[in-house]
Design a protein around this ligand. Structure first.
Ligand SMILES: [Mg+2]
Ligand SMILES: [Zn+2]
Length: 225
């Protein structure tokens, strides 16, 4: 008889390997998946006042091509976005379903398929009690990335975050990913720090994708230097 502890370690009490241990070795064979987590407003699509008027959502330049490059390189594509408007009572969470459909529709001509969408619908100062919490998924916290990784078997250390704000960079690095900042003028505070230092700063999404895939980036003067 093996003790529960020995069984958990895949060891029988006589020092041999249990079936559970062998099973674990076999099922751990496929390499873990890798993903690129992508911010929505100002990174994937033009930022709009509430960001959920589906008919007015338009992709930013280079997004379709860039996502296709990442998809072809084997990355899952996961959109992660703070949507405090739900907690604030500005729109219902169901509006995000239309946003997902619209983004899927815009990306279809590029052959790009978003793997999943992660929305933080909370805000500490929210008007709706359900969302008025200091959650663990509002970026710069990494909860959306950690949850996707846990449920989809993603290796965070082989994954990336792309965003237009340093809060996106911080969420990615806190999750254990590397990050690329697409500087489109949205970030104005430039509060620095180890957790807010991207691997690269680029000026459009296609450059972020090519940096991740093959380390190339166009050299331009960085406004952060
Ligand atoms: Mg953004
Ligand atoms: Zn949240």
């Amino acid at each position: 008889m093996s003790t529960p502890l020995a069984a958990a370690k895949g060891m029988a009490s006589d020092g041999g390997t249990t079936l559970a241990g062998i099973d674990e070795m076999l099922t751990s064979e496929p390499p873990p998946l890798r993903a690129v987590f992508v911010d929505k407003d100002g990174t994937l699509v033009h930022a709009t006042p509430h960001g959920v008027d589906a008919d007015r959502i338009e992709l930013l330049p280079g997004v379709g091509e860039g996502l296709r490059l990442l998809q072809d390189a084997g990355f899952l594509l996961i959109v992660t976005s703070n949507e405090p408007g739900v907690a604030m009572g500005r729109f219902p969470a169901s509006a995000l379903t239309q946003v997902e459909a619209r983004i899927d529709e815009l990306l279809a001509p590029f052959g790009v398929v978003i793997t999943s969408y992660g929305w933080c619908t909370h805000h500490p100062a929210g008007a709706r009690a359900a969302g008025a919490v200091a959650c663990s998924c509002r970026k710069p916290r990494p909860g959306l990335l950690l949850e996707a990784a846990a449920t989809q078997g993603i290796a965070l250390e082989r994954s990336w975050m792309i965003g237009d704000m340093l809060d996106d960079v911080e969420a990615g690095i806190r999750a254990g990913c590397r990050a690329v900042l697409v500087d489109r003028g949205g970030e104005t505070r430039w509060r620095a720090g180890r957790l807010r230092t991207p691997s690269a700063i680029v000026y459009d999404f296609a450059d972020a994708a090519s940096f991740i895939v093959d380390g190339r980036r166009k050299v331009r003067a960085s406004q952060s230097s």
